[in-house]
Design a protein around this ligand. Structure first.
Ligand SMILES: *[C@@H]1O[C@H](CO)[C@@H](O)[C@H](O)[C@H]1NC(C)=O
Ligand SMILES: *[C@@H]1O[C@H](CO)[C@@H](O)[C@H](O)[C@H]1NC(C)=O
Ligand SMILES: *[C@@H]1O[C@H](CO)[C@@H](O)[C@H](O)[C@H]1NC(C)=O
Ligand SMILES: *[C@@H]1O[C@H](CO)[C@@H](O)[C@H](O)[C@H]1NC(C)=O
Length: 530
C-alpha cells in the first residue's frame, strides 16, 4: 500500500507542477530522496513550526497529504495556518522535514523547532501585595468637566451595566442608570466649573495610578516621594472618546472577564488547543488580567472604552509554545478582517507581553541573540495586515535587539521593507528611570510605566495586584495606541503612521539609567495638553 501511495504522490507531484489554490499557483515538485524506504526508519521526532514564505498562499492540506507516504502521521498535526501564516505545526521526523524542504519550490519553507516563550515579568521580582480596600469612587472618583454646552452631547462613560451614571452638561444633575447597584462606579459626576478645568470634553480621573498620570503629562511627575506609588492618588487626563470602537487583543494568559472593572468589555476570544482541556478560557496566572486591566479597565486602564479581547496562548506556568502563539495571532487576524467590515470599527491593537529568554550565562555576551524567525514573521504579517502591534522589550537588562520578538521594531519587514511598524516598549519607574531589568537600546521604541503597576487581578472580581516588568509597560502603550486611534481615524490601519505619531508625541530625552547611546529615551504620552 505504501508503495502505491508514494508512486501516486510522485505522479501527482510531477504531472501537476502547479496546484491551484484560490486561483494562484503553488509549485510543488517531487522530492529527490527515496522517501518511502527511508520512512520505515524515521530518526528523531520534534515539534516544528513551518511557514511557506512565498507570496502565494499554499494549499497546506495538499502538502500534508503528500507527506503521509513519507511517514507523516496526521494525528501529529497540531495546527494548520491559512491566510496569515501560510503554514502548519506538527510533530515530525527529520526525514519527513527533509522531504518537505525538497518538495516546496520556488520560495521554500521556513522551518524551526517549536520554542517556548515566557511572560515578561522579572524572574526574581518580589511583589508587594497592597491590601487596599475597594473604594467607592462615586464619592471621590474621576470627574468629567464640560466647559461648553455641546450640541452633539455624548455621555462620558456609557452605561454598560448597573451602576454606571451618565455625565451631563453643566447645570444638570448626574443621572444614575441604576442607583441601587454596587458595581463599578463611573468617572462621570460633573463638578461645578473650577480653575483647574481641563480642555473641553477631557475627563479627569482623580483616583488614577501613577502610570496613567505619567502617560497624560509630557514631563516627569514631581513630588512623588511621599506618595504611595502603588496607590491611586494620581490624576489621569484623557479625551472622552477613550478608545471607543477600537479592539485591543491581549495575547496572554487569558482574562478574568468577570472582574467588575472591565464592565463587561473584556472577552476571551481564543484558547490555544493545548490549554482548552487543562484550563479553558480562565486566567490562572493573573498576568493576562493585569495586562488587560492596564490597556483598558475602568480605573487602572488607559483606553476605558475599548473592546478587550483575550487571546489565551499561555497557562498558569507562564510559558507558551510558539506554535500556539502563531495560532492565536492567526485568529486575531481573522477577527480583524471581519471587524474591519463594521462601520463602527476603529482599528485593532495587539498587546504582547512575552518573548524568548536568554540563558543567564549568555547575558553578558552580546553576540548571543535569541530569535524565533518563523514566529517573528507571523507577527510581522499581522502588522502588515494593519494591526497595531505593541511588544514588551524584555526583562533581561540587555540590548532589546538581541531577543524575539522585541527586536522587530527595527527589523526588515516581510516584503523587504525596513519596518517602522512594530512598537517595542521598555519599562520605567515613577522617577523616569529605566528599570534595571528592562532591555534597552535602539530597539526600544518608547519607555512606559513598568514598575509598581497596579491593575486588575484574579483573586475575585474586585481584586488588584501590583506587578512590574516590561509586561506591564507594553499594555500602557497598547492602551495609548487604542486611545490615539479613537482620536485619529485616518490612522486606523496605518501602523507606520501611528508609530510616528507615538514617537513624535512622546516626552523626549527624559529617561535616566540609560546604558546605551542608541537609546532614544522617550516616554509615552497621550498629548492631551497639546
Ligand atoms: C499516529 O499517531 C498516533 C498518536 O500518536 C498513534 O496512536 C498511531 O499509532 C500513529 N500511527 C502510525 C501509523 O504510526
Ligand atoms: C466589590 O466592590 C463592591 C462595591 O464596593 C462591593 O459591594 C463588593 O462587596 C466587592 N466585592 C468583592 C468580592 O470584594
Ligand atoms: C559569545 O557567543 C558566541 C556565539 O555563541 C561564542 O562563539 C563566543 O565564544 C562567546 N564568547 C564568550 C566570551 O563566551
Ligand atoms: C515598501 O513600502 C512602500 C510603502 O510603504 C511600498 O510602496 C513599496 O512597494 C514597498 N516595497 C516593497 C519591496 O514591498
Amino acid at each position: 500500500m505504501l508503495g502505491v501511495y508514494s508512486l501516486l504522490t510522485l505522479l501527482l507531484a510531477s504531472t501537476a507542477v502547479a496546484h491551484r489554490h484560490r486561483g494562484r499557483h503553488v509549485h510543488i515538485r517531487p522530492p529527490s530522496s527515496t522517501g518511502a524506504a527511508a520512512a520505515a526508519h524515521p530518526t528523531t521526532y520534534s515539534n516544528y513550526l513551518f511557514r511557506f514564505t512565498g507570496t502565494d498562499p499554499v494549499n497546506v492540506d495538499e502538502i500534508l497529504d503528500s507527506l503521509q507516504p513519507y511517514g507523516f502521521n496526521m494525528s501529529h498535526l497540531h495546527h494548520t495556518f491559512s491566510e496569515t501564516m501560510n503554514g502548519f505545526s506538527a510533530l515530525m521526523s527529520d526525514h519527513c522535514v527533509g522531504v518537505l524542504k525538497d518538495m516546496v519550490t520556488p520560495d521554500g519553507v521556513q522551518i524551526e523547532p517549536v520554542v517556548t516563550m515566557k511572560l515578561r515579568v522579572p524572574v526574581a521580582s518580589t511583589i508587594p501585595k497592597p491590601q487596599r480596600p475597594f473604594v467607592d469612587h462615586r464619592k471621590r472618583g474621576a470627574h468629567i468637566r464640560h466647559n461648553h454646552v455641546h450640541t452633539h452631547y455624548k455621555p462620558a462613560i456609557r452605561p454598560r451595566g448597573p451602576g454606571f451614571s451618565i455625565a451631563t452638561r453643566i447645570g444638570e444633575d448626574p443621572v444614575e442608570s441604576s442607583p441601587a447597584s454596587s458595581a463599578i462606579p463611573s468617572p462621570s459626576t460633573v463638578p461645578a466649573a473650577d480653575d483647574d478645568v481641563p480642555a473641553e470634553y477631557d475627563i479627569l480621573q482623580t483616583d488614577a495610578t501613577w502610570g496613567l498620570q505619567r502617560i497624560s503629562q509630557r514631563n516627569p511627575i514631581l513630588g512623588v516621594a511621599d506618595t504611595d506609588v502603588n496607590g491611586q492618588n494620581f490624576k489621569y487626563k484623557f479625551d472622552e472618546s477613550a478608545g471607543e470602537g477600537v479592539d485591543i487583543y491581549v495575547i496572554d494568559t487569558g482574562i478574568n472577564t468577570a472582574h467588575k472593572d472591565f464592565g463587561g468589555r473584556a472577552k476571551v476570544e481564543f484558547v490555544a488547543q493545548s490549554l482548552v482541556n487543562s484550563e479553558g478560557p480562565g486566567d490562572f496566572a493573573g498576568h493576562g488580567t493585569h495586562c488587560a486591566g492596564t490597556t483598558g479597565s475602568m480605573h487602572y486602564g488607559v483606553a476605558k472604552r475599548a473592546n478587550i479581547y483575550g487571546i489565551k496562548i499561555m497557562g498558569r506556568s507562564g510559558g507558551g509554545l510558539s506554535s500556539d502563539i502563531a495560532a492565536g495571532i492567526e485568529h486575531m487576524v481573522k477577527r480583524h478582517r471581519q471587524r474591519r467590515l463594521d462601520p463602527t470599527f476603529r482599528g485593532s491593537v495587539a498587546s504582547m507581553s512575552f518573548g524568548l529568554d536568554v540563558a543567564t550565562a549568555d547575558l553578558g555576551n552580546s553576540s548571543v541573540i535569541s530569535k524565533s524567525p518563523v514566529l517573528d514573521s507571523v507577527i510581522m504579517a499581522a502588522a502588515a495586515e494593519g494591526i497595531h502591534t505593541v511588544i514588551a522589550g524584555g526583562n533581561q537588562g540587555i540590548d532589546a535587539c538581541r531577543v524575539s520578538p522585541g527586536y522587530l521594531s527595527r527589523a526588515v519587514g516581510l516584503r523587504g521593507n525596513y519596518s517602522a511598524s512594530v512598537i517595542t516598549v521598555g519599562a520605567a519607574d515613577v522617577f523616569d528611570n529605566r528599570a534595571d531589568f528592562s532591555n534597552y537600546g535602539e530597539c526600544i521604541t518608547t519607555y512606559a510605566p513598568g514598575v509598581a503597576v497596579l491593575s486588575t487581578y484574579i483573586n475575585g472580581d474586585n481584586s488588584t495586584q501590583v506587578l512590574q516588568g516590561t509586561s506591564m509597560a507594553a499594555p500602557h502603550v497598547a492602551g495609548l495606541v487604542a486611545y490615539l486611534l479613537g482620536l485619529r481615524p485616518e490612522l486606523k490601519e496605518d501602523v507606520q503612521g501611528m508609530k510616528r505619531l507615538l514617537t513624535s508625541t512622546a516626552g523626549r530625552g527624559l529617561i535616566g539609567n540609560v546604558v546605551d547611546a542608541e537609546d532614544k529615551r522617550l516616554v509615552a504620552y497621550n498629548g492631551v495638553d497639546g
